[in-house]
Design a protein around this ligand. Structure first.
Ligand code: FMN
Length: 203
């Protein structure tokens, strides 16, 4: 019979297991995080992130929403920024997730500076995470803009990048409402892929 002391030991052992372990975590449900990285109050990528988050909620998985606009993060200075409580809060959110969807604007053929700053602030917390992208852009020509950022996550932190991402331009939206059904379907597919990858690698 499992005594309370033994039970306590088992609980401690499970909670000590790093969530970013590449080993499967039998018996533990993967955790999902959607991060919005646009500062624009009427952001299209935030609408895409919201739609993906709704799919995760509908799938009844353990998911959380994080909007960098609410956090007032410091710019990474490779020094005092790491000790700031808000940076630690961000770090905890990244660390505790197994799979992360990043909703980002395309700025100057790249992800937003806020998205890049997030990774600079949290570094190795991204190790072995499963990561997907939802991108809002002004035109179709910036289609591959997330690749430098994705490469850095793969090469620096061995993040697993979902090889399907959503890219939408302004005409997919009517105000804050996503009107393009193809984009809506792709968001649903990416949310589904995030769950499939997380369950396969961590479930
Ligand atoms: C500073 C800045 C740079 C931009 N650079 C690009 C770009 O390189 N390629 C592009 O397709 N759109 C570019 N855009 C357009 C944005 O990607 C577009 O407005 C998008 O909707 C922004 O995402 P958001 O609505 O989630 O904030 C840029 C916009 C701004 C403000």
């Amino acid at each position: 019979m499992t005594t309370p002391a033994k039970l306590r030991l088992i609980i401690v052992r499970i909670s000590e297991r790093p969530l970013n372990s590449s080993l499967k975590c039998e018996g533990l449900m993967p955790k999902y995080l959607v991060v919005s990285t646009s500062g624009n109050p009427e952001s299209n990528s935030r609408s895409m992130g919201r739609a993906a988050f709704a799919h995760l909620e509908k799938a009844k998985v353990d998911c959380a929403w994080l909007d960098l606009r609410d956090l007032n993060l410091p710019i990474c200075d490779a020094d005092t920024c790491y000790a700031q409580p808000v940076t630690q809060k961000l770090n905890a959110a990244i660390e505790s997730a197994d799979a992360i969807l990043i909703a980002t604007p395309v700025y100057n053929y790249d992800v937003s500076a806020a998205a890049k700053n997030m990774v600079e602030l949290t570094g190795s917390s991204w190790e072995d995470k499963i990561v997907g992208f939802l991108c809002a852009a002004g035109g179709m020509n910036s289609y591959m803009s997330v690749m430098a950022f994705a490469n850095s996550l793969m090469l620096d932190f061995r993040s697993v990048i979902i090889p399907r991402f959503v890219y939408a331009t302004g005409d997919a939206f009517d105000g804050e409402k996503l009107k393009d059904e193809k984009v809506a379907k792709r968001i649903q597919e990416v949310a589904g892929e995030l769950i499939r990858f997380a369950q396969a690698l961590r479930g």
